[in-house]
Ligand binder design. Structure first.
Ligand code: HEM
Length: 394
């Protein structure tokens, strides 16, 4: 078999490359990237299973998710894996990023590995944002409505982005099919392409190793295959067992079906967007734009261009006091804002979301702006009747 493969493919060459020694002192933190990849594959596999019974329309989405959870064999378990897997992926990708920052692994020549990593972070968050709407329950509907509205507040392109996401003046049938298409086609393709490029760079430059490795130690550790691969696979199995326990014992929430007329609902995003949501509370009136656009955008740009801003050669953390201070402050701010957001009482939340209440009413046809440019988009818009849920029609 080996001879057969060798005659046709550069099998020996590939194996020799994989058996090359890694830097010395590689620890468990170097498995975080592989764990992120495992989670991406797990999400793709569980998502493909869920898609067999899901329909992206306001009339059927909620019942389909209920059907998956209550009737489909192993449906509850697979939905649980997909739900907890999404949260785990955000945590693991964030920890992987943190490891890369703390070890200075983003520095030359790995700038592009970093840039494609940041794009993967955005795609990971995009999966979370688009997936949240799909169960079409109250939290899905209202959190998406608020999220899309916030994106609409960005200057210049904001309104346009919000309109493209919504597919009309309101969150409705077109929004749901657009989010479904983004979640199941656009983002997975982008994720797999980006992972391919990211891993190409990882293999091309080799592992950066620990910051205080000597030049000799850089090539005298254990081989990637089979030693590191074995450790990564053990990590994946442990992670899978944890997720399986969560899927079996922690129920995945499904609230009442979305009711676009329920203006009393207290919208909250998924926990990993809570820090942004909490940030908005500190900027009111003319300063709102700071919370909705300026701070998140500047933060993301600084993250993207970090290797080009921090060009120092030192990698050991205690010799990089600025990097250490900024990283600690960012982590404390993100964790702190997330906790504050989770603990915030309902009334406070509604105050912040005041602007969204304005558009919670379904606009009457007379109120709808039918300018030529918008007509195309509004072709898809739902009327008040169409927005009624099956129960109401009966
Ligand atoms: C779906 C998301 C991601 C996947 C699947 C992924 C995968 C991987 C893998 C398998 C490795 C090699 C093992 C390791 O060093 O842990 C790696 C390394 C790396 N990743 Fe990621 N990654 C992702 C996200 C990110 C993010 C968000 C960043 C930073 C913004 C990033 C930056 C890097 C860098 C700079 C390296 C090289 C590290 C070194 O040589 O020591 N990655 N990634």
């Amino acid at each position: 078999m080996k001879q057969f493969l060798n005659d046709r493919l550069p099998f020996d060459g590939v194996m020799a490359h994989l058996r090359k020694p890694l830097p010395k002192h590689i620890n468990l933190l170097f498995s975080l990237g592989s764990l992120a990849m495992f989670l991406l594959l797990l999400q793709a596999a569980t998502g493909a299973f869920l898609a067999l019974s899901y329909t992206p329309s306001p009339d059927h989405a909620y019942n389909a998710v209920k059907y998956i959870s209550e009737e489909v064999p192993f449906g509850k378990f697979v939905r649980g894996l997909h739900h907890w897997g999404a949260s785990a992926m955000v945590i693991i990708v964030f920890l992987h990023l943190l490891r890369v920052v703390l070890y200075g692994s983003y520095k030359a020549p790995r700038e592009l590995t970093w840039v494609f990593g940041v794009l993967l972070l955005l795609v990971t968050l995009g999966f979370g944002f688009t997936g949240y709407l799909l169960p079409w329950d109250e939290k899905a509907y209202w959190a998406t409505k608020v999220g899309v509205e916030i994106s609409g507040k960005a200057p210049i392109l904001g309104e346009w982005v919000a309109k493209i996401l919504r597919g009309g003046a309101e969150v409705g049938a077109v929004t749901l099919s657009r989010f479904y298409a983004l979640h199941t086609i656009w983002l997975p393709w982008m994720a797999f392409a980006l992972v391919g490029i990211h891993l190409f760079f990882v293999r091309y430059y080799g592992s950066s190793g620990k910051p205080n490795n000597t030049a000799e130690e850089m090539h005298s550790g254990k081989p990637f295959f089979p030693d590191q691969v074995f450790e990564d696979v053990v990590g994946m199995l442990i992670l899978f067992v944890v997720l399986a326990c969560a899927a079996l014992f922690a129920p995945v929430p499904l609230e009442d079906v979305a009711d676009p007329t329920n203006a009393d609902y207290d919208p909250r995003p998924e926990w990993y967007f809570l820090f942004l949501f909490q940030l908005l509370k500190y900027f009111k009136g003319p300063f709102e734009i700071l919370g909705t656009f300026v701070i998140p955008t500047v933060g993301m740009l600084l993250l993207l261009f970090l290797p080009f801003l921090d060009r120092g050669e030192r990698k050991v953390l205690w010799k990089r006091p600025i990097a250490m201070t900024v990283t600690s402050l960012c982590v404390v701010a993100i964790v702190g804002l997330t906790i504050l957001g989770a603990a915030s009482p309902k009334r406070e939340t509604q105050e912040v979301e005041q602007p969204s209440q304005e558009v919670q009413q379904i606009p009457s046809p007379e109120e709808t702006d039918t300018s030529e440019e918008e007509e195309d988009v509004f072709d898809f818009e739902l009327t008040e009747d169409e927005l009624k849920l099956p129960d109401e029609e009966e």
